[in-house]
Design a protein. Sequence first.
Length: 417
Amino acid sequence: MDKIIVEGGHPLNGQVTISGAKNAVLPVLAATLLTQGKCKVQAVPRVRDVTTMVRLVQELGAGVDCFEGDSVVLDTTGINNPIAPYDLVSTMRASCLVLGPLLARLGEAKVSLPGGCAIGARPIDLHIKGLEALGANIRLEEGYVHGIAKKLKGVRHTFDLVTVTGTMNVMMAAALAEGETVLNNAAREPEVSFLADILNHSGAKIKGAGTEKIVIQGVTSLAPIECRILPDRIEAATYMIAGAIANGDVEVLNCVPGHMEPIIDKLRQTGVTVDTRENSVRVKGNGLLSPVDITTEPYPGFATDVQAQFMTLMTLAGGQSRITETVFENRFMHVAELKRMGADISIEGHTATVRGVKQLSGAPVMATDLRASACLVLAGLVAERDTVVSRVYHIDRGYQDMEKKLSQLGAAIRRVK
Ligand code: UD1
């Protein structure tokens, strides 16, 4: 298994270009199942979750013409298989995004219960409830969610909790349902609005995406999808924090600052200089980091996917900060690893108290999930001596060319087999 070795203490300077958003391309690839014909998706990040989703739509009957550079061209005319098998779904929770599209397209879906990051129970009951409200008959059979829907019918539905992929799943199914669907307590993430825009471009009638109430007038068919994926706000935030922690001067190109406001605000509160332009952000360290409290929340709150990376930054602040996780119940697994590097952190319930230390020290550490793995690399950038991060397949699920991008900024980082 690959490992990443980071030699700490090298300044980070220069520019880094952000890839397309993993969390936007996965639902778009699932949405291609709603269409019949040649779809073209550009600015696709080369990460393992995308490869998994492409393999999944292929398994369901799509012909993948090419997966070259940053484009995927696929033909969804022949979608005929409603079964998303365990070996693909178990490696990536977002595979459950095919549930709604398959029900709408084929009237049947049999999708293995998902795996993915081990950050809590992460059930898909809210996806199921929403699809049942649209008229699907869903049962759990031998580890699979098996749904049948002769016809999906528009409905008023309120999500019990805000769920990002749950909102997307039900929105995609409703796009081809008969009549009007109103979704209340919908997720407002930019990736939800992006998906709605892409579907509307193909002929769907979706209004209100990006707010708590989404109204969908069902249509009978959608044209093949052609789009360019929006930049990854989580990857961008990770490199902004890299610049801040390394006391560097890093310009993050190809990002949407408006999608990262809470993170930019919190970074500024630490004393770091953050200058935003239309499509870029420049972060300059000022030598001293002030402690800042954060609480994760659904968008437009502070993203849970940046919690681990921000915690790493706070391990070196001049005082005590409190980090509260409200989205997932088990998302502090990186704490034990950061402590092995000399961080002073204690956890009580959903809150981690981080007391800043002068210096982290390199250690062998283990990535436990996608964003936790990024936080360990960030810690390695400034730790004394070498940090060896194992289980880096987590990084490969969601960060394109992380070692290359950090090396270009001046980090001493390499991958070993
Ligand atoms: C998406 C993102 C993930 C991010 C998360 C929260 C994608 C592909 N992944 O994941 O990177 O960390 O949003 O911003 O976009 N829940 C239930 N039942 C459900 C669904 C969710 O109880 O049926 C709970 C979850 O356990 C969690 C909370 O709701 O505690 C939010 O999860 P959700 O928004 O659904 O996360 P994902 O869509 O899986």
